[in-house]
Design a protein around this ligand. Structure first.
Ligand SMILES: *Cc1c(COP(=O)(O)O)cnc(C)c1O
Length: 408
């Protein structure tokens, strides 16, 4: 065993927490002041710092962003749907190509997801199938879907102009799932500030972390006030515990908000580092026949490149598939991961309507997320690229060899 450890290189992870060293100061402050639960200075400050970051891209006339720190991104999406009035029997449109946290809260409320496929440019919600879905649901049920959940997958901004235009035409509010897209921008404006409401995640694998956590965002302060009330068990104003609404226990802890403050100090560097990883991969892999990248469509799209994601076309790689590549990396102790399996293919959502042309299925089939943490070193990146090159070239070499052997 000891011998094996010696030759086995250390594991490279897909995306892990990257602390700045500045977190402990804020955590200590929480302990020193005895504010260790779900109220306190770190929470207020973390919310303000997030709002200031998101507002920085806005034109002067734009409304300021309001922020509520919560204990997960899933909680933020759940509360967002509650605020937008989703109830039992409603339908909610959701991008199919996403992580299940975008979709589960629809079920929590007894509502039904309606899945919309991706377009091949950004891999996010197809405006064409969005409109088809809305029209068809109205025809089928006589009722408009209640909310549209749009996702910025792997940090890539969705085509927000088109999506908002359709949402506006049918007067359906958009809930933006920006869990993977803090620091990403569309037309110079931060993701998370387009929808009626938006969700962020600070899970350990995201661009910044609070160990676990999330935030609800809105330019409408009333929504955030209401969310604050609902997230703390919806307690009415009374000396005793009086409740007129169903509440939730969804608030972030003041201790964890301290981690968030330490992370906010390095957020721009974290975005820069993930984008550098992406550039590195492009520089070293773009030449390989059959490997393509999720790519910014135009200067309107600025991705934080939370995860660098590639498509492997086995026809062009000479038969090397996504799974071949993933297993080769795994054998070298490097973690990579297939793209999200679309929600309309998940057993738990099997009987939900789906509108699309198979784009997300094809992406899932051939797509791989490469290690993308801001913590990666140049040496790590070299090792990853080398293994991908080996796997793609070895195959060709073997084939040439076997042909040569045959012709002997
Ligand atoms: C991470 C993530 C969320 C929220 O996840 P939490 O772990 O609850 O913070 C939501 N949507 C997407 C697309 C995500 O990647």
């Amino acid at each position: 065993m000891a011998k094996k450890n010696k030759i086995m290189q250390n594991r490279i992870h897909l995306s892990i927490a990257h602390l700045s060293g500045r977190e402990t100061k804020y955590i200590q402050e929480a302990f020193d002041s005895n504010w260790v639960t779900t109220a306190g200075h770190n929470l207020d400050a973390f919310e303000q710092e997030l709002a200031a970051f998101l507002d920085a891209s806005h034109s002067r006339e734009s409304e300021p962003c309001h922020v509520l720190a919560l204990n997960s991104g899933t909680a933020a999406i759940h509360l967002g749907l509650v605020l937008l009035g989703v109830e039992t029997g409603d339908e909610v449109i959701c991008q199919s190509f996403t992580y299940t946290a975008s979709t589960n809260p629809i079920y929590y409320l007894g509502a039904k997801p309606v899945f919309v496929d991706s377009e091949p440019d950004t891999w996010n919600m197809s405006p064409e199938f969005l409109e088809k879905a809305i029209k068809d649901r109205i025809r089928e049920t006589g009722k408009k879907p209640k909310v549209i959940i749009a996702v910025h997958l792997y940090g890539m901004p969705a085509k927000m102009d088109e999506i908002l235009q359709i949402a506006g035409k049918y007067e359906i509010p958009v809930l933006e799932d920006a869990a993977e897209a803090l620091g990403s921008m569309y037309k110079g404006i931060h993701c998370g500030t387009f929808g009626e409401l938006a969700a962020l995640s600070f899970n350990g694998n995201k661009i910044i972390t609070t160990s676990g956590g999330g935030a609800l965002l809105s330019k409408n302060e009333d929504y955030i006030k209401r969310a604050r009330f609902l997230a703390t068990q919806a307690r009415d104003l009374a000396p005793h515990y009086q409740h007129s609404h169903v509440g939730y226990n969804y608030r972030m802890s003041n201790v964890l908000a301290g981690i968030g403050r330490g992370q906010m100090e390095v957020l721009p560097q974290r975005v820069e580092q993930r984008r550098k990883n992406n550039q590195f991969y492009r520089a070293h892999l773009s030449g390989i026949e059959g490997i393509t990248f999720q790519t910014e469509l135009s200067p309107d799209f600025f991705s934080n490149y939370w995860l660098t994601s590639i498509i492997i076309d086995p026809v062009k790689t000479g038969g090397v598939t996504r799974e071949d590549l993933r297993l080769a990396l795994e054998a070298a102790n490097i973690e990579s991961r297939p793209l999200w399996k679309p929600m309309h293919l998940q057993p738990v959502f099997a009987d939900c309507p789906y509108y699309g042309d198979g784009t997300s299925e094809r992406l899932f089939e051939n797509g791989l997320c490469l290690p993308s943490g801001s913590i990666l070193t140049e040496k790590d990146l070299d090792r990853i690229v080398e293994n991908i090159r080996k796997r793609t070239n070895t195959y060709l070499a073997t084939r040439t060899l076997s042909r040569w052997v045959q012709s002997e």
